[in-house]
Design a protein around this ligand. Sequence first.
Ligand SMILES: Nc1ncnc2c1ncn2[C@@H]1O[C@H](COP(=O)(O)OP(=O)(O)OP(=O)(O)O)[C@@H](O)[C@H]1O
Ligand SMILES: [Mg+2]
Length: 382
Amino acid sequence: MSIERYRSENIRSEIPRKKKVNPFKFGSIVDEPYFTNRREELKRVRSILESQVHLILMSPRRYGKSSLIRKILKEINRPSIILDMQVVTSEVDFAEQLMKKICKLNPLQKIKNSIRSFRFTPTISINPVSDELNVSFDASKAADLILEDVLNLSDKIFTKKRPIVVFDEFQEVRKISAHFETRLRSILQHHTNTNYVFLGSQESLIRDIFEQKNNPFYHFGYLFKLSKIPKSEFQLFLEDRLKPISGSFVEIAENILTFTDGHPYYTQRLAFQVWENFISSSEFKDPVLTAVEQIVEFHDVDYERWWGSLNRTDMKVMVGLTFSDDLPMSKEFFQQFNLGSSSTVHSSLKRLLKDGYVVRIKDHYEIDDPFFKHWIFQRRQA
Ligand SMILES: Nc1ncnc2c1ncn2[C@@H]1O[C@H](COP(=O)(O)OP(=O)(O)OP(=O)(O)O)[C@@H](O)[C@H]1O
Ligand SMILES: [Mg+2]
């Protein structure tokens, strides 16, 4: 596909073309023009949201779950609510946050009529200075009843179009309270109007919640795993944006992707740095390696701390993963990196996966952060 065709098919809003505006973005939610299309994923997710089935969308950190779902919600024209479970402190707090969002999407009179049937009436106030709406329940009352009333309201109140309710970082459900997961499922299973979307970044926990027979959310929805962005698609996205600053834009784009392997966040991070460097000078022998080394140096203290928090077996596994492209579970490999028994390696990988240092892609393991991997590589070579 040519860049011209890619542009006409993919970019609806203009990317910043002024020489001084960096066309890459990382760290927060992205939408066009910073979003590469993910056409297949958008189609699949939209189709599930049109059905009566709930969606579980998982991927390692920073693969673009939040951006993808927000983009769809923006385009789909249905009432939607996003609750970030990471900042919810209790079941009552969850009910308050949800109630607040319901209030924002509905006329006050409708809310007034609806809460008449509540077993505990919330206090709804508006801060006269900031116009911020606030909802609070008496936290000493039965949390399960408050939760049930608010969740049932959210399923019933949107009568014209079916609502979509997204729980971001859903694996946090287990930290909020011991009964929350069970209570939530017992209420949600009766809802017929809402599409629920569960986003999660800890695959083992998400699989445990939705794929273990004895857990309440067992097989509650369609499990969809988001992958990295295919290199061919990312290549054109990068080329299009690097073209104004360097004649070697094709090669630079390729080198960026060789380093990041199409990881959405790290690709944008590296491309951002390359672009920044070109704005101050165009005299680089190897612009991508220069940018990689700058980023690694910038995070040196973090990497020292991460490394220091690992035990010796974890360190050996990380070194093994740095020097081999994946981790074949062979005797030779264990011997080469002095890894001990296969059960020791498995428990180490389990820890590293849980802490997000390592991700499992299909049938192999890899270090999630290519810059951290480079840091380990440099340290071992020094
Ligand atoms: N479709 C995309 N095209 C280009 N870059 C993207 C895309 N999706 C995500 N990114 C990059 O990845 C970063 C992280 O995206 P986002 O916050 O949506 O991921 P996430 O999976 O929700 O992350 P977390 O696990 O931290 O919640 C963005 O800031 C952006 O740089
Ligand atoms: Mg997110």
